[in-house]
Design a protein around this ligand. Sequence first.
Ligand code: EPU
Length: 424
Amino acid sequence: MERLRVIGGASLRGSVHVSGAKNSALKLMAATLLAEGASTLHDVPAITDVDYMGELLTRLGAHVSRADGTITVDVPEKLAHEAPYELVRRLRASICVLGPLLARCGAADVALPGGDAIGSRGLDMHIAGLQRLGAEVNVEHGFVVARAPHGLKGAMIGLDFPSVGATENILMAAVLAEGETVIDNVAREPEIADICHMLRDMGAQIEGIGTSTLYVHGVESLRPTEHVTVPDRIVTGTWAVAAAMTRGDITVTNGRAEHLELVLDKLSTAGAVVEPGPDGLRVAMSGRPRAIDVVTLPYPGFPTDLQPMVVALNAVAQGTAMITENVYEARFMFVNELARLGAEVRIDGHHAVVRGREKLSGAPVVATDIRAGAGLVLAGLVAEGETLVSAVHHIDRGYPDFVGQLSRLGADVTREPDPDRFDN
Ligand code: EPU
């Protein structure tokens, strides 16, 4: 186990490059299973979740090779169809092999990922959607067991909520189903458009990309492809908030302002200068940020994955902010850790009232998930003295070279063994 030692006080300044999105790359890797042969993905981030997905694809029979940001997945004609618990528990996103395996093999046994530190994460919409495509799907002995021995058939599917994972699983099954599928109320995150474009390049017929309704005309088979992952808007947003919080000036290259409209709008309201450019964006702040109210919602709403960072920003802002979390019931859990740094936050159901203070004060804290970890590091940057963030492996799941990038921007952050923690 390792931890980060953050010494507060620096204003982050300089330029930082953002690579491809975790939440796209993992799904693009799963999508390669849909075609026999070697697909190549570029700008895949160097994070542990990508390592785990590589292991899972290998277990399913693919040959995975990696050099810098490029991954090649060579998929055999016949795949194994079981994703075992010991791999799925490390990576919830492994559930996205369900749709591709069912479409390719007519069978998929994927271990149930279970709950995690941001709340229970249901699969009812994934299951109902695949059943509408004609699969028999049951939950047995801790596995989702899906069968479609005679293939899948196109159907009309309406999601109760624009779930990212359910949209992806149903889409990846539908592209090889017989006939037309219409999926309504789909997630519109840029990562969904990214996978749609890749599937199209593989020969899938998909209309409505970027809208709430996807129209899929099933095809018999797909071909391998080469694809560049969409840049990570959550990492971009993390740097944008970091610039505003630390009264710094950061240029994020490869960051796409158009994927963060609401976030950048909020940062402008907080007093930041926001300048979108041709190859990224710049965020600068000279004084103390003003408090900003935020309501998390599916895209294009404010992303839940940036909620911890914005709570941290409000903890040192001028004024009081109300943050409403609509996506994960337990995502305010990390607030108890933030309170250890002196943040004044009151939780009432899915609302948090944050009263800004001039300064936080360093203390030992624990990262409970990727984004909570990043939020706590940002808080440590504006805390007096030393903040020790333990369970740093959570941050490694989503932020490539976080410490290196922070250091190059002027932060005093080091990584060290954690003598106090041996558990997960
Ligand atoms: N939900 C259900 N039933 C379903 C599907 C979802 O109840 O069948 C609920 C979940 O329990 C959750 C909400 O709907 O409360 C949102 O779930 P969604 O399916 O949209 O999210 P996801 O696919 O599980 C992805 C990202 C998350 C991100 C969310 C929302 C990946 C690997 N994960 O999760 O990213 O927060 O979309 O944008 O793509 C992260 O990167 O830190 C992270 C948690």
